[in-house]
Design a protein around this ligand. Structure first.
Ligand code: KIV
Ligand code: ZN
Length: 515
């Protein structure tokens, strides 16, 4: 029987800690559904005490996920652990993941605690967590810079207190594969069958996936990772790289495998990239835009003669089917429904009707509607954030050397339509100021990105904005999609305002101290 490596996905927790990656609760719920479809064993849905938004996301994900274990992070304190348990209340399968730093530098300068007090704190945290849920994971933060003898002491205490999983993270991305394999091997031998040993690698030296794979060779049976390698600083180990390496190099891993349905990898990667607006670099392994593109004539010739000459896996293996049919304005609802199914979307009837209307509108303005257009169209629907404001119309007057002037009409949730106008320092500024005037808010634009979804002059423009409203930190994001870049920009800005209003209270971070 194959050795199954559990995949613990932390896209919604560590991934979200990536600068600029914040997601709304409905967006997190949608990603969690996709992660379950992908087949991850554990979904770390957030850090319950960190904010009302995290708490809401964990609670809602707990309601809808049935196969995967839902997990919340908690520092080794009673208030964190109780909050995590409360958020996970309705989960079918739940886990509390509690952690404390174990390296001399963290204990002395960050925690300002003596090693024995750290052990005592870890023990009482695990005991409390175990009294609230059956499944408890304990992490020794900064394990790779910790003293092995001390690690063994704290691990033994955590297991004794009830931890079923012991995680030894490479928090600062310091490990080197051959050495990490040896280190993990020593911990695995020490733990024996009393707990599952997990690893959690960061990518500061570009080695996160290599280290995770080395750890599997060292005996770790759980790997913590994120889609697209999203995460703090240089990111976390990438789920797709680990899962596909185990499949492609079965020969070297003694048949160790994950439960991942690899055909969902591409859909998961796209959903995340479009949701948080962070594209994987084009040459990113497995999911980058160029991962299956062959430029050189010699390679193209080889691939045409026999694909395996230059490809060690196929695009289809990860669910990227390059031969799919495109749609156009004559395509009906049946073809559209079929396409959504192929792309892995399962909208409700109401969502389908809305998406089909948008598709028809798009197909009228764009000759060919590509898969990527449809994917973006469904993702850009603001993941069910209640729309307080809807953009009805937008006009822009701009001529070289003149002052840009924009008029917008917005419909409020009560049906009332308001029109107003503004001038601005540039075209985008004029549009956003006009929206501010109509809606009665004042946004500060922190980031603005535009890219073309597919090919051709009539390509859809995908706009992402990051805005702070009324000086309330942190920022919220908004997405817009249209063949007209200015209209997409206006839609994105209105979307960010709707997100802000929906999450206003939840956005305030509660507590960010170390312990
Ligand atoms: O990198 C890290 O050490 C973490 C822990 C909380 C597991 O994210
Ligand atoms: Zn981490």
């Amino acid at each position: 029987m194959a050795r199954i490596i559990k995949l613990f996905d932390t896209t919604l927790r560590d991934g979200e800690q990536s600068p600029g990656a914040s997601m709304t609760t409905p967006e997190k719920v949608r990603i969690a559904k996709q992660l379950e479809k992908l087949g991850v064993d554990i979904i770390e849905a957030g850090f319950a005490i960190a904010s009302g938004g995290d708490f809401a996301a964990i609670s809602q994900i707990s309601e809808i996920v049935t196969n995967s274990i839902v997990c919340s992070l908690a520092r080794a304190t009673a208030k964190d652990i109780e909050r995590a348990a409360e958020a996970l209340k309705n989960a079918k399968k739940k886990r509390i993941h509690t952690f404390i730093a174990t390296s001399p530098i963290h204990m002395e300068y960050k925690l300002k605690m003596k090693p024995n007090d750290v052990i005592a704190r870890a023990t009482s945290a695990v005991k409390l967590a175990k009294s609230l849920v059956d499944d408890v994971e304990f992490s020794c933060e900064d394990a790779t810079r910790s003293e092995t003898a001390f690690l063994k002491e704290i691990i033994a205490a955590a297991i004794e207190a009830g931890a079923g999983t012991i995680n030894i993270p490479d928090t600062v991305g310091y490990a080197i594969p051959f050495d990490y394999q040896r280190f993990v091997g020593e911990i695995v031998d020490f733990v024996g069958d009393k707990a599952t040993v997990s690893v959690h690698c960061h990518n500061d030296l570009g080695l996160a996936s290599a280290n995770s794979l080395a750890a599997i060779l060292g005996g770790a049976n759980q790997v913590e990772c994120t889609i697209n390698g999203l995460g703090e600083r240089a990111g976390n180990a990438s789920l797709e790289e680990i899962a596909m390496t185990l499949r492609v190099r079965k020969d070297l891993f003694g048949g160790a495998d994950t439960r991942i349905n690899a055909k969902e990898i591409y859909a998961s990667s796209r959903l995340l990239a479009e949701t948080c607006g962070i594209e994987p670099q084009p040459n990113k392994a497995i999911v980058g835009k160029n991962a299956f593109a062959h430029e050189s004539g010699i390679h193209q010739d080889g691939v045409l003669k026999r694909r395996e000459t230059y490809e060690i896996m196929s695009a289809e293996d990860i669910g990227l089917d390059r031969n799919r049919l495109t749609l156009g304005k004559l395509s009906g609802s049946h073809a559209f429904r079929q396409k959504l199914k192929e792309l892995g979307f399962e909208p409700s009837e109401e969502e389908f009707a809305r998406a089909f209307d948008r598709f028809k509108e798009l197909a009228d303005r764009k000759k060919t509607v590509y898969d990527e257009d449809i994917r973006s169209l469904l993702t850009s629907e603001s993941a069910n954030v209640p729309a307080e404001f809807t953009l009805v119309n937008m006009q822009l007057t701009d001529c070289s050397g003149g002052v840009p002037f924009s008029t917008v009409t917005i419909r409020k949730a009560n049906g009332e339509e308001i029109t107003d106008a503004a001038i601005g320092g540039g075209t985008i500024d004029a549009v956003f100021k006009a929206i501010d005037r109509v809606c009665g808010f004042s946004g500060q634009l922190l980031d603005y990105k535009v890219d073309a979804v597919s090919e051709g002059k009539d390509a859809l423009a995908r706009v992402l904005v990051k805005v702070v409203f009324d000086d309330e930190k942190p920022a919220v994001m908004g997405h817009g999609l249209d063949v007209d870049t200015m209209k997409a920009s206006a839609e994105a800005y209105v979307g960010s305002l709707n997100s802000y209003l929906a999450m206003k209270d939840a956005l305030r971070k509660v507590d960010r101290t170390s312990i």
